[in-house]
Each structure stands twice: as structure tokens, then as C-alpha cells.
Write a protein that binds this ligand. Sequence first.
Ligand code: AGP
Length: 608
Amino acid sequence: MCGIVGYIGPKPSKNIILRGLEALEYRGYDSAGIALVDSKGGQVFKQVGRVNGLTQEVEEEASNAGLAIGHTRWATHGGVTVANAHPQMNSDHSIFVVHNGIIENFDELRQRLEEAGYTFESETDTEVVPQLIDYYLKQLPSFVAAFEATLRDVRGAYSIVAISTAEPETLYAARLSSPLVIGVGEHENFLASDPSAIMDHTKKVIYLEDYDVAVITKDKVDIHNLKEDTHTSPKIELLDYENEKALLGDYPNFMLKEIFEAPAAIRSATLGRAVVEQNMVKLGGLEGVLGQLKYIDRIVIVAMGTSYYAGLVGEYLIEELADIPVEVQLASEFNYRKEPFSRSTALLAISQSGETADTIAALKKVEDYGVLRLGIVNAVGSTIARMTDAGVYCHAGPEKAVASTKAFLAQVTVLLLIALHLNDGRSKRFRPLIEELNELPAKAQAILDHTDEIKAIAEKYADYRDFLFIGRHTGFPAALEGALKVKEISYLHAEGYAAGEMKHGPLAMIDENFPTFAIATDSPLLEKTYSNIQEIKARKGPVLALATRGNKAITKFCSDVIYIPETEPETQSILQVIVMQLFAYYIAIKRDNDVDRPRNLAKSVTVE
Ligand code: AGP
């Protein structure tokens, strides 16, 4: 979603803001802007398109002001225009505001201001904020009082940063449901919607909490919580990942880099956790809730997108290994249904970014239920990580490409570890699986060593308009994820389906223009999948099969076969999805798409 960067200090803020916005480009956006304030007044530069379209004008014309805010916008209210780009301003352009999230009651506020004589320049919800501050500033003794009065009127989800020509030394920030972090420097301070925008300058950060209002000068941070009406002393934490990991290296894009990080991601998720020598699984993040875990008799997994599909794999793993019923729900559906929820049910939120609004809302929904809230998160210190009672980090490292790849593999690995942890060694599957988890990185690498073959086959299929992905058992959610990868980076229609469903409808779509990617790896259900493939072939449907290395029989009826190394049934989906990530990647590259920043999508969906 949108990106925010702010700075107050002795340095020329324009360069810090521009570099910060560039670091956030992976999140996806359609316009960008920057406002600067010094003792002589304010300047604002905005434009549609990439940050680098702003750079030249800002570098040439902006002052060396030490106070500035910048924003990359992903349009929610109002089209993609310069007027709708942020910063948004009050009528005399003395107050500048950037905002992430949605102001749900902006219509009502706008009418109220128009009745008070205010005129508006944009179609955005955000513009009511600087106008409302202006309105209250005429009645209240200070900018912070006007800022807080404005926030009390606003309903919705936001991270808001404001500066004013009347206060050339101060940043004003507020957070409700949308992430905002303060970077603490030496006689300078930073603000960002994502730590990656400021981690070149400082590793010391303060995460704002919901209802926090921060007044920030170069030497001081004062935080007032509007809900508790308390002034908290800021808790400084240290960022834990290095910027170089987030850098591209010699890869053409982040997506391919992150696919090739599959072995490392599986290893990092497993390291110190699947301990073969002691035949045990150690999950430090769950130590504090072991007592409560013993009474859990149902787990509801909530997530969105790829994380949801990881959860669907986890359902099979936890039910079969820990004998606990699991239900997986899209967080966006979970939030609006009324369902019985006993105190022995645990809610498990899965999220790469830890900032997905729907998933955060699911955790909020059960806040007063008195139930155990667990998380599987990749972004350390993110909102979801801090909202849960306990959890297991994925440790996959920063994932910058919008299409999630290595994080999915880490999520499924962690779900398997949790299933084994809950099983606690009682199952005969326990030892083989902790051994296999330690073998898996090498098997993932074996797939990556055959990328050219996958590339050649993918390019053969790059001109089709429709794809069906089918699988059984954990191969079914794997098929759903494979279809999502094709959808989101090649923009083609792709559907994932349970293979057993073919005769119940999807077969009607099949003809020579509708290829099927059939997950046909070794399994007790393989014969049934063979039947599905035969049905498809009988209707002239092209079939690309994914099989286990050594399976020669499948070549009798499939011309295109991609092989994965032999692995345990419970870990097959991890290797299957690596192949499908590469398949989707090479189709998208053949179609000249921007695989890191696919159209219309954002890395972290921080609005519902
Ligand atoms: C997956 O490739 C997409 N980027 C998207 O579906 C993503 O998985 C979803 O938005 C959930 O994000 P999260 O894991 O950060 O919560």
C-alpha cells in the first residue's frame, strides 16, 4: 500500500525522503509527492508515476529544509492524478499531510468543512485532515491540540504525518491500524510506514501503537495515547535485518532472487527448531503458552492470499500430525461472520508482512474472547507479531517482490514444525519428518538447478489465456497457490481446483486452448490423478504434469513433465510450489511484465 517517509534534523531532508520513498517502491503505488518546510515557508512537489519522476525537480528546486514528509500513493479514494497525490494541504498551503489507510467518515467531515466555507482541491479522503487541522487551529491554542481534535473526529484506519509552516522544527504523527515507525537518530529523527525506508540511517526504532500521537523534533519524541490519555516514554527497539539482504545483488529482480532463496528460507525456518540429535522440535516463540496449548481443541487459521493457501496446507498437517481440528478462513470473511468460538479455540494468524488489515482485524475481533492468539509472521516487530500472545517467526528475511514466494515456503515449514510440536513425538511420522526438514533445503536447490528446463516448458505455455491447476490433498492448496502466482504476475486467468472436482464442472472448460498443470507427485491418490489427466487429454486439453523424479509411467500420457525430488508427503507442497513459482515467473518474463511490482497490486494490503 502507500508509503510514508518523514525527517526532522540538520541535513537536507529532500535526499533522505527521496531515497526513503525509493526503498518503499516495492510496495506498489501510482503517484508520489514531497513537502518541505523551513523558516522561509513551505514547498510541495507531486506527480503521477514513479519516484524517479520527482527526483530531478526536487533536487533542482527544493530548498535544503531540514523538515520534510514524502508519500507514495496507491489510489483508494479518487483517481490517479497530481491533485490526488499526497501531501494534501489546507487552503492556504501552510499545512501538509500524508496518510495511509482510509478515512471512513470523510464525506461527512468534508460536508461540515464546506458548510464552514472550506473549498477542496482533490477527490481524496485525506484532504479533510489538513483542512480540519486548519479549522481547529482557529479555535485551539496549539497545533498539537488542533491535530488531536482532528484525530478525534476521524473514523477509519490511518497512519498520518503532518507538518506546518508555523512549526518548521516539528513532525506530527498519528497511528491507528496502519503501521508507522519512528527512527531515532543523533539530533535527527525519522518516520516511515516501513523500517526499510530508514534503516540506512538508524537501527533504533519506536513502533507507534494504535491511538498514539507523536510530536517529534530533532532531539525529542513525545507520545500521547489518545485512547488511554497517557504520555508514554518511548520504547526504543533495534531493527534486526541488514539492508544488504534486501538489496538485489546480481539478480534481475527481487522475485527471482527470492525464489532462489528457497533453500535458505527453509533452512532458516528450520534452524535450531527441528533438532534431529535430540529427536525434538523446539519453538521458543511458543514456550510462554505451552500450558494453554494443552487445552486447545480447535484451531482457526486466518490469513489472506498466499498466506491463506499456506494455512490450507497447514490444516492437513496439523490435523494429521497433532489430531486437532483445524479450520482455515479468509480473514476478510472471518471478520464478518457470527460463529461459535469456545475458549479452547486458538486463533492462528499467518502473515508475511504482519500488516495485512483484514488479518489484523481478525485478531482484534477476538481480543475480548479470552482466546489464545498465535502468529506465523515474517516481518519482525510488525503489527500482527506484536498483537499475538505468542508465535513463530518465519525468518525468511525481507521479501520485497509483491508476489510472495520464499515466505510461503517458510510458512508451510513453520506450520509443519507447529504440527510436530503439538504432536510432541507421539507419531511415527515425527522422526522421519524432522530428518526430512533438514534434507529439504538441498532438495529445493536440486529444483533450482534445473531452472532452464522449467523455463523452456513455461515459455511453451506463455501464450495461453487460461490455466487450470489441479491437485489432491496438500497438492490442492498448492494448486491454488500456483494459480495465484500465474494470476498476479502474468495477469492471465488461472484457477486452482481439487482434482477430484473435474467431473463436477471444470471439465466443461477444457479444450485445446485450456492447459492444465496437474500435480501428480507420488501419493496413494496418484492413480486417481492419472484418471483426471486421461479425462482432460480425451478432451484435447494440454497437460503439464508435476511428478516425482523416477516416475516414467507418466510420460506415457503427458508430453510435458517437470520432476521434483522424492520427499515425504507432508513436505511435497513445498517443493511443488517452488516449481510453480518458477513456471509463473518465466511466463510473466516472456510477457514482459514487471514481476516485482505487478499492476494493481501492493506488497502489503494495509486497508480492507
Ligand atoms: C501473494 O503473492 C500476494 N502478495 C498477496 O496475496 C499476499 O499473500 C496477501 O496480501 C497476504 O499478505 P501477508 O502475508 O503479508 O498478510
